[in-house]
Design a protein around this ligand. Structure first.
Ligand code: NAD
Length: 493
């Protein structure tokens, strides 16, 4: 294994690479700004220098969004639909360059990056279709002579904070419904992967986005100050955050003073259950997609794999065979199925979880350590013999480590699956229709995959329960997060 094939393609349109923040329709750079460096996770080499904005510049962005809102909230839904559709078209037309930027700053293989671009664009397409369907109700009043109707209005200026694991899709999943509802936004780009957000902003300009409607603030060392400004500024009426549960809790506290409307997509610890009546090959394929997509750096990825006694050994053997066939290396080499993790801290966490499990009696059947490719690469790993006292049982690994637990009964495994503070996604494989209903209803999560390891779908509501947060993204529900219901009562009828 070597990184000799790490050949970064040139962008077809180099003007998509922006080393700036985007405020009030302008890409801004200034010698007076402090800056931070974005690095290529495959090689740790610098790729861009980006302004590390402060609370003061964040206020400027919020003011721009507030000014733009005064006009934008009155645009016709059909106009907003056309705008989103034009932005979608721009993304599709520039998909190759966007995929290159994603691989460059996130590390995922280009094929996965292309898949992400299509997924990201699909949210703009979907919400372009939802914008004209913001219906209200007519409600029979309980007061004689009155009539009641409801209308749905934009909530106002929205603050959006997203993580690095899906640099394009996390942001369009929030901006799409916000724009469809008639809101304006200030999005904080992830420090590790701001280039994709900024390229999307350039494509928004080309699509005709009015100035101030979309603003992108960038920060690294100043992240907490920028985040606090977004939370405490009374002009901002809504915060939508995707990231870790501890940061979500902090932001919720900071928003309390202005009682903002909130939605939180936070961490997961997904159970993946294989019953002995399942199709084992399908379950293995599901586990591969679910656990190892983006090298395990997805919030919905399987973190605890529970396999019933009778098929345990067959499942592990087939899983190991597939994992051994992975090719790890540069995301720009089309042969490779898996790239680097985002940084050495992510590698450190994967290593700690594996070491902890092995010390307590688990066996690493394949992988188990840092790869020779470099400090940000971790070997795809399958552990067997996991028990409830190991860290993987209760903590999200966020890396390419599949930990397999053995179980005996349905009752036992449902209890184990639910024995966690978080509840984002859960998966199981079974061919028993009664069990399928029972277990789907019993799992304490916001999303269940039955006989599939992939549940991300623009049409399906995405979100969690418990400490995985609240609110739903995508689907017909996603736009609700960006609207408020106003009831209007007509008297004297
Ligand atoms: P993180 O919470 O550290 O960071 C997420 C975002 O918040 C980044 O943009 C970061 O810059 C920003 N941030 C960090 N501290 C902040 C602060 N004090 N104020 C304002 N912003 C702040 O999470 P991460 O480690 O980068 O991402 C991985 C986590 O995100 C995992 O826990 C994963 O499960 C979760 N995640 C959840 C979903 C979902 O939809 N539920 C999707 C992807 C990732």
């Amino acid at each position: 294994m070597s990184l000799s094939t790490h050949n970064v393609p040139k962008l077809k349109d180099p003007s998509l690479l922006k080393e700036a923040a985007f405020i009030n329709g302008q890409f801004i750079t200034s010698p007076s700004f402090t800056t931070f460096t974005v690095t290529d996770p495959a090689t740790n080499t610098p790729i861009a220098t980006i302004p590390d904005l402060t609370a003061a510049e964040t206020r400027t962005a919020i003011t721009a969004a507030h000014t733009a809102l005064q006009t934008f909230r009155h645009t016709l839904p059909r106009e907003r639909a056309r705008l989103l559709r034009a932005w979608y078209d721009q993304i599709i037309a520039n998909a190759d360059d966007l995929a290159t930027l994603i691989t460059l700053e996130n590390g995922k293989p280009t094929a996965d990056a292309r898949g992400e671009v299509a997924y990201a664009a699909s949210f703009l397409e979907w919400f372009s279709e939802e914008a004209p369907r913001l219906y209200g109700d007519t409600i029979p009043s309980s007061v004689r002579g009155n009539r009641v109707v409801t209308i749905r209005q934009p909530v106002g200026v929205c603050a959006l904070i997203t993580p690095w694991n899906f640099p394009a899709a996390m942001i369009t999943r929030k901006i799409g419904p916000a724009i469809a509802a008639g809101c304006t936004v200030v999005a904080k780009a992830p420090a590790e992967t701001p280039l994709t957000s900024l390229a999307l902003a350039e494509l928004a300009v080309r699509a005709g986005m009015p100035k101030g409607v979309v603003n992108i603030v960038t920060a690294s060392a100043n992240t907490a100050a920028v985040g606090e400004e977004l939370c405490v500024n009374p002009v901002v009426k809504k915060l939508s955050f995707t990231g870790s549960t501890p940061v979500g809790k902090l932001l919720m506290k900071q928003c309390a003073g202005t009682l903002k409307k909130l939605s939180f997509e936070l961490g997961g610890n997904a159970p993946f259950i294989v019953f002995d009546d399942a199709n084992v090959d399908a379950a293995v394929a599901g586990a591969i997609g679910c656990k190892f997509r983006s090298s395990g750096q997805t919030c919905v990825c399987a973190n605890r794999i529970y396999v019933q006694d009778a098929i345990h050994d067959e499942f592990v053997a087939k899983l190991v065979e597939k994992v051994r066939a992975f090719k790890v290396g540069s995301g720009f080499d089309g042969e490779n199925t898996h790239g680097p993790l985002i940084h050495d801290r992510a590698v450190g966490k994967a290593r700690e979880h594996v070491d902890d499990a092995v010390e307590k009696g688990a066996e690493a059947v394949v992988g188990g350590g840092v790869s020779q490719l470099g400090p940000n690469f971790f070997e795809p790993t399958v552990l067997k013999g996991l028990t409830g006292d190991m860290r993987i049982a209760s903590e999200e690994t966020f890396g390419p480590v599949a930990g397999v637990f053995r179980f005996k009964t349905e009752k036992e495994v449902v209890e184990l699956a639910n024995d966690t503070e978080v509840g984002l996604a859960g998966y199981f494989f079974s061919s028993d229709i009664g069990r399928i209903w029972r277990v789907a209803e019993a799992l304490e999560v916001g999303m269940v995959g039955v006989n599939t390891g992939i549940i991300s779908d623009t049409a399906a509501p995405f979100g969690g329960i418990k400490e995985s947060g609240f609110g739903r993204e995508g689907s017909k529900y996603g736009i609700d997060e960006y609207t408020v219901i106003k009831s209007i009562t007509f008297g004297g009828v």
